[in-house]
Design a protein around this ligand. Structure first.
Ligand SMILES: [Zn+2]
Length: 278
């Protein structure tokens, strides 16, 4: 555990968020209790995937599509379980040849992507705040190392994420969680995560850091933003229990609230944008 926490902290210094390969496979533990949810009006969040040619050559486009579809469906289970009024949809899947580019940093990779697919395409995605886009890379592309399977840097770009070919069906929502300013759980004595986020978030985004936007563990498993080996299909929430243990804390672990607030904010931004174009 100590090792995991130290790896986590060290990595956050370089970039706001990395996701590690779990030590064991992940399952939904029976015994989870989810309260009835009065869902507000749901906002759709289309996701545009740009898949490295290396990945497509290895697995074939059909398998890539199947896996992405599975991830999007898992995200929507997590949305419903956590009473979050958002629906993930798969917008497009496009193959991109990164061959010969040296890929070393998330922002540089985003620029490389823009160069290859064209500025207009990226601008059209970023035009609407409810749209997200991500790059999926193979080992051979040379970016993902060690146990990392996903990356985001919401402080720099709040719509872009990266996944490794080894990402599982939970990784997509974990990264989209970061883009909604939801964070891991921090069980260190000295609140390492709080300090790290404070230090590495620019002034203009500091008000987006909420003390309750943290993951949690409950009844032998972790919520989606945690680093536990067994994951539950939920964001942390004091309204949900697993094996009789509450899966969040109103003050310190309510990522579901963070995501609900994010969804409301998105709806407000979309309405403002619509009004401006009328
Ligand atoms: Zn993470």
């Amino acid at each position: 555990m100590k090792k995991l926490i130290s790896i986590q902290s060290a990595m956050i210094v370089g970039c706001l968020s990395f996701t590690l390969i779990p030590l064991f496979y992940k399952v939904d533990v029976p015994g989870m209790k989810i309260p009835d949810c009065t869902m507000e009006e749901v906002i759709e969040t289309p996701i545009f995937f740009f898949v490295s040619k290396m990945v497509v050559d290895k697995y074939g486009l059909e398998e890539v599509n199947t896996e992405l579809d599975k991830s999007v469906r898992k995200s929507n289970v997590i949305m419903r379980n956590s009473c979050i009024p958002m629906k993930r949809t798969l917008a497009t899947v496009e193959t991109v040849d990164f061959n010969s580019a040296s890929l070393f940093d998330i922002d540089q990779i985003r620029r490389q992507l823009t160069k290859r697919v064209g500025e207009e395409k990226v601008r059209n995605i970023e035009r609407l705040p409810n749209q997200f886009y991500g790059v999926i890379l193979a080992d051979e592309d040379g970016y993902f190392e060690y146990d990392t399977i996903g990356t985001t840097n919401p402080d720099e770009n709040s719509q872009f994420f990266m996944l490794s070919e080894y990402a599982d069906e939970y990784t997509l929502e974990h990264e989209l969680g970061h883009l909604s300013w939801a964070w891991h759980d921090d069980r260190s004595w000295f609140k390492v995560l709080d300090e790290t986020l404070e230090q590495h978030t620019s002034e203009m985004n500091k008000d987006r850091l909420k003390p309750y936007a943290r993951g949690y563990q409950c009844g032998g498993a972790g919520t989606i933003m945690s680093y536990e080996s067994e994951l539950l299909s939920i964001y942390s929430s004091p309204d949900i229990t697993n094996n009789g243990r509450v899966c969040g804390d109103e003050q310190y672990a309510d990522n579901a609230r963070q995501l609900r607030e994010f969804a409301r904010d998105l709806k407000r931004k979309m309405q403002l944008q619509k009004a401006a174009t009328l």
